[in-house]
Design a protein. Structure first.
Length: 437
């Protein structure tokens, strides 16, 4: 594989794309350290030193921003508004007929949906930026910090508006950088920026585990985490590549003097059809009751119950609810993203059929049956992978954003595999034999 990457750098046009992508990554990481105007940077660093910055309600968003959220930089919101907007548009495509029609129009319709995604991203960035500034002003961002209320000294409306506009502009800039990587780089720009944000926090997380360890100066815990991470990467690669191939036969048709069809192909149905989206959905949904209890500052029974059960990541109620939500969202997302009836109709239209299954409704029922059977192991796998940080929290005294946790590993492995495939496809166009010889 190293030889393949070396040959990729020897190819002039591919080398330009790789260097351009690396330059965008460096620029993206540099923006994660530029503070927003109006923020007292010294007080932020003081609070970061007093509290474990990777814990708390904002841990997931902080991980996606590469640590920029809790430092309140211009890239504090990271790529999360774009991810949220993309997921919302994908869900609305099933509900709104207009969006469904645009999706079927091909490249033109997809360009229109992309434009809608940009608008929604900016709107969500304004909303999330306003919430982050309000949280920082009230001192809720660092609740246990002695100077948590002094992070934003000037709390005037003008200064607040400047901070929100700066964060929104930072999100728009990230979106533009991702599209540049897609157009002029190696492709898959948004995913590569997300990959960069998550990987950027790995050294700090690993060093915290080493410092908090008690056996052999923390090196034993450090080694166990590395071994656990390698095992998880192998498991995720195995499951992400696993698929059920349903054979499809196309009948031979005579059109004029030419014959068409008569070929055999297959429908690839992945075990993990939903990807990492169920984990993100479940994590985001579990943050809502904890945020409500935190901002209300109420001492009522319901607020105390939420604080005891949904804030601690190692509580049995939290673990059970998290696991069940992941399984539910896995089935929900697969149900709206893969339509067996549409696939069966397209096969029937072009003369395709599954051997042993009649075309039309029996084919749709068979595809639905296979999809349900294959989603069960995929959803259980997602739930078990997502619970790894909780196990680490108990056994290794690690933080809730354990570096080899479910969300981070799924994204890193998925983006890594996709990027390698894209580079390999461009090499194979130049008669290269590929990474796997």
């Amino acid at each position: 594989m190293l030889t393949a990457f070396a040959r990729a750098f020897k190819t002039p046009d591919l080398r330009k794309k790789l260097l351009f992508t690396l330059g965008i990554i460096v620029l993206f990481r540099a923006g994660a350290f530029v503070p927003v105007p109006g923020v007292d940077y010294n007080n932020v660093q003081t609070c970061m030193d007093q509290a474990n910055a990777t814990q708390g309600l904002f841990g997931l968003v902080n991980m996606f921003s590469g640590g920029a959220l809790l430092q309140i930089t211009i890239f504090a919101l990271g790529i999360m508004p774009y991810i949220t907007a993309s997921i919302i548009l994908q869900l609305l495509t099933v509900v709104i007929p207009r969006l469904e029609a645009l999706k079927k129009e091909g490249q033109t319709g997809q360009a229109k949906i992309t434009q809608y995604t940009r608008y929604l991203t900016v709107a969500l960035a304004v909303l999330q930026g306003t919430g982050l500034v309000a949280t920082a002003r009230s001192g809720t961002l660092f609740r246990q910090c002695t100077v948590g209320n002094e992070i934003v000294p000037d709390q005037s409306i003008f200064k607040t508006a400047v901070m929100v506009i700066t964060m929104t502009a930072g999100t728009a800039l990230i979106m533009w950088l991702g599209e540049l990587v897609t157009d002029r780089g190696i492709g898959n720009g948004m995913s590569i920026l997300m990959f960069t944000s998550i990987v950027a926090g790995f050294p700090g997380y690993l060093w915290q585990i080493k410092q908090s360890g008690k056996l052999m100066g923390g090196w034993l815990e450090f080694g166990l985490v590395i071994l656990c991470g390698l095992a998880m990467v192998g498991l995720v690669v195995f499951v992400e590549q696993a698929q059920r191939r349903i054979p499809v036969q196309y009948a031979k048709r005579m059109i004029g003097r030419r014959s068409y069809g008569g070929t055999s192909t297959y429908i690839p149905m992945k075990v993990n059809q939903a990807g990492v989206i169920p984990v993100i959905f479940a994590s985001s949904l579990l943050y809502i009751p904890a945020l409500i209890a935190q901002f209300s500052n109420s001492q009522a029974d319901w607020a105390v119950w939420i604080e005891n059960n949904f804030v601690r990541g190692d509580h049995p109620v939290y673990i059970t609810t998290y696991f069940l939500l992941i399984v539910f969202f896995a089935f929900f997302y697969v149900a709206i993203s893969f339509n067996p009836e549409e696939v069966a109709d397209n096969m029937k239209k072009y003369g395709g059929f599954i051997p042993g299954i009649r075309a039309g409704r029996p084919t749709a029922e068979y595809l639905s049956y296979v999809l349900n059977r294959i989603t069960w192991p995929g959803s259980l796998y997602l739930g078990l992978i997502a619970l790894v940080p909780t196990v680490a929290l108990v056994t290794l005294n690690a933080n809730q954003n354990f570096p080899f946790g479910g969300t981070s590993i799924l994204i890193i492995v998925g983006v890594g595999l996709e990027t390698v495939k894209q580079i390999e496809s461009q090499l194979q166009q130049r008669h290269y034999e590929g990474f796997l010889r």
